[in-house]
Design a binder for this molecule. Sequence first.
Ligand code: GMT
Length: 367
Amino acid sequence: MRIGIVCYPTVGGSGVVATEVAHALAAKGHDIHLLSYDRPSRLRRGTPGLRFHQVAVSAYPLFRYPPYDLALATRMLEVREEAKVDLFHVHYAIPHAVSAFLARSMCGGCLKFVTTLHGTDITVVGSDRAYMRPTRFAIEQSDAVTAVSKYLADETHLVFGVRNTVEVVPNFVDVDRFKPTQTPRWHQRPDGERILIHASNFRPVKRIADVVRAFAAVLRKVPARLWLVGDGPDREHAMAVAADLGCQHKVEYHGVLDHLEDVLPQADLFLSASETESFGLSMLEAMSCGVPCVSTAVGGVSEVLGDTGALTPFGDPEALARAALRFLEDPELHAVHAAASRARAVDLFGSERVVQQYLKVYERVLQ
Ligand code: GMT
C-alpha cells in the first residue's frame, strides 16, 4: 500500500505513535510518506520505504496566524500526485482531519482518509468552542475513525455526538526495544535508593507538581530519587515545587531523550498524576520494560494497566505516594507486578498485533 501519515512532530504520544506506525508499515514493505511541519522526534534516518515530507508554512506579514491547515492540505495533494498515495492516516484530529477533508474535496474524492483520535483533540482542545464544529464535521467525514482507548471512543460519542463508528485501536510498543534489563533493583543496590521516573510533555494536564509532591512523600519514608524526562511548559514549576518541599537534590531533570528505552528499565516505578489521559503511552513503554506504574485513575489508564500497577484518585498525591510505597517497600510484590506489567505489554500491546489492526482498517477503507 502507499500510505501518507500526518502527525505532530513534537514530544507527545500522538507523534510517537504515528512515527512508529510509519516505521512498522515501512518494515513490512509498504510505501510510507510521513508529513509534518518538522522531523518527528522518533523518526529514524535512512529507513527504507519511509520518506519524510515537510509542510512549509509561509509567514506573510498579514498573517498573525499562518494557516497551517491550508498548507497541509496542499502538501497532502502534492504527495498524492508525486507518490500516488491514495490513503492518508491522520493522527490527532485538529486540524489534520480538517486538512484531509479539504484535500479530498479539492481533488473530487481522489483520496481516502483515516482519522485516529489521541486524547486532548477530543477531551480538551476538541471541546473548545472555537474548534468543536469543524472537528466534529471532519471526524464524521472521515472514511474510518479510530481511538486509542474505549474511554476515548465513548468520550467522542458523548462530547461530540458523532454518528459514525469509532473503532478502538490501542497504542502499541516495540517489546523488543522496550524490554527489561539486568539492572539491579533498589534492594540489590548499595544505596537502596528507589528510582521513580516520570516522562511526559510537562503540560498542565500532566500535573507534574503532584508527581513531585507524591515523590516528596515517598522520600519521607524511604531513600529515593525522581527522574523527570521530557520537556514542556510546567518543567520549571515542577522544579520550584521540589525546592519548596526541600527535595530538589533528589529530583533529576533529564530533558528530552532520544532513547527512552535505555533509561526506563533502570527505574523501579513509573509515576503519573495526570488529570486526564486517554491512554498513557509512556506508561505502556515502562510496563514493557518491566516497570510497574502508579497513576491517577483517569481516562483510559485502567485499560492499559489492568491490575499490573495501582490507580489512585486524581488530585491526591499522598494516595499516589502510599500506592507507590506498597511496591517500594516490598521487593516480592514489586517483582510480581514488574513481571505482570511486562507480560501485559507483550500479550496485548505488541506492535505486530496492533499494526495488523490498522492494516485491516486501511484495507476496508480502500475496498
Ligand atoms: O495531550 C497530550 O498529552 C498529547 C497527546 C499527544 O499529542 O500525543 O497525548 C495523547 O495521546 C497519546 C497517544 O495516543 C496518549 O498516550 C495520551 O494519553 C494522550 N494524552 C492525553 O489524553 C492527555
